[in-house]
Design a protein around this ligand. Sequence first.
Ligand code: ATP
Ligand code: TPS
Ligand code: MG
Ligand code: MG
Ligand code: MG
Length: 317
Amino acid sequence: MGGEREFIASLLVPLANTPAARGLADDAAVWTPPLGRDLVVTHDVLACGVHYLPGDPPGDVAWKLLAVNLSDLAAMGATPAGVLMGLALSAAEDGAWREAFVAGLGRAMTHFGVAMWGGDTVTGIDRAVLGLTAVGFVEPGQALARSGASVGDDLWVSGTIGDAGLGLAIALGEAPGDSYLLNRFRRPLPRLALGQALAGIATACMDVSDGLLIDADRIGRASGVRLSIVLADVPLSGQALARTDGDAGMLARATAGDDYELLFTAHPDRRVDVAAAATASRTPVTRIGQIFEGVGVAAVNNAGVDITPARLGWEHS
Ligand SMILES: Nc1ncnc2c1ncn2[C@@H]1O[C@H](COP(=O)(O)OP(=O)(O)OP(=O)(O)O)[C@@H](O)[C@H]1O
Ligand SMILES: Cc1ncc(C[n+]2csc(CCOP(=O)(O)O)c2C)c(N)n1
Ligand SMILES: [Mg+2]
Ligand SMILES: [Mg+2]
Ligand SMILES: [Mg+2]
């Protein structure tokens, strides 16, 4: 395997077969956005040892790098268009790793229908740091926000919560294996179709990356309301349910993060519309609470007792 030039020419140029990328032959991409749409732009970083493990399959690391960014576009109700990727690699990401990474990235890009527009590659650091910028678009003025939740709204979440946290424990060798849970950690599925279907229905929306409780707290703070979550109503997969005991178990699921599900609010009069959006996007949604006066989040157990923990989820120091 040659150097940077050969890596770009042999592995990345084939991924960039879209006019905007100009064959990665110019200094930047030139993209003609869909007329009249609002552009939605996001960037997230995955660091080896922080977001994934050195032994994770490189193709899955690529999937996750794209998926976590598309999840932020989903949270805004956007349709993805293209990506720019920044790779800072260590000696551990050798030729075989790079080939497997790019192969996985190509499969992920095809799956989600996004184009590679360019990026940058550097080597010589101790641990890999992988950044990706995703660009999408929405109908003018239709981008969702964290700030629109009102007192009386319902609180909803897509899919199931806590699977990825259990998958991480499995990847770390701390829990017995389960391919479904491991896959939920390594290959999250951004809820793009649901996000798009929620335009005009959700009053606030975000994706759950750091943990259900901490991200609910963010909607609460952004909206100036209190999100009350009935822990027993938080949807768990069968696999997670089998590994979850009591209030402490539910709190562990609700603070683990890496879910990449959508958390959103809507007026109770829109329950039929939320159900229709879920059906149209083939995405399960569950009502997990209500919005009250106050600020932030409260987690309530079966006895109606507020058991909100001090630590709500993942935060970088
Ligand atoms: N280094 C940075 N430079 C500029 N803006 C940033 C930076 N880090 C975060 N932000 C911005 O701050 C806001 C919150 O970022 P945060 O990373 O918490 O959200 P997120 O990407 O949805 O969550 P996560 O990173 O857990 O997936 C976003 O609007 C983001 O663009
Ligand atoms: C090896 C390993 N250890 C721990 C975790 C858990 N984790 C790390 S960052 C984060 C929040 C989302 O990231 P960010 O806020 O940076 O976008 C979570 C839940 C992991 N994924 N991999
Ligand atoms: Mg981020
Ligand atoms: Mg987000
Ligand atoms: Mg975060």
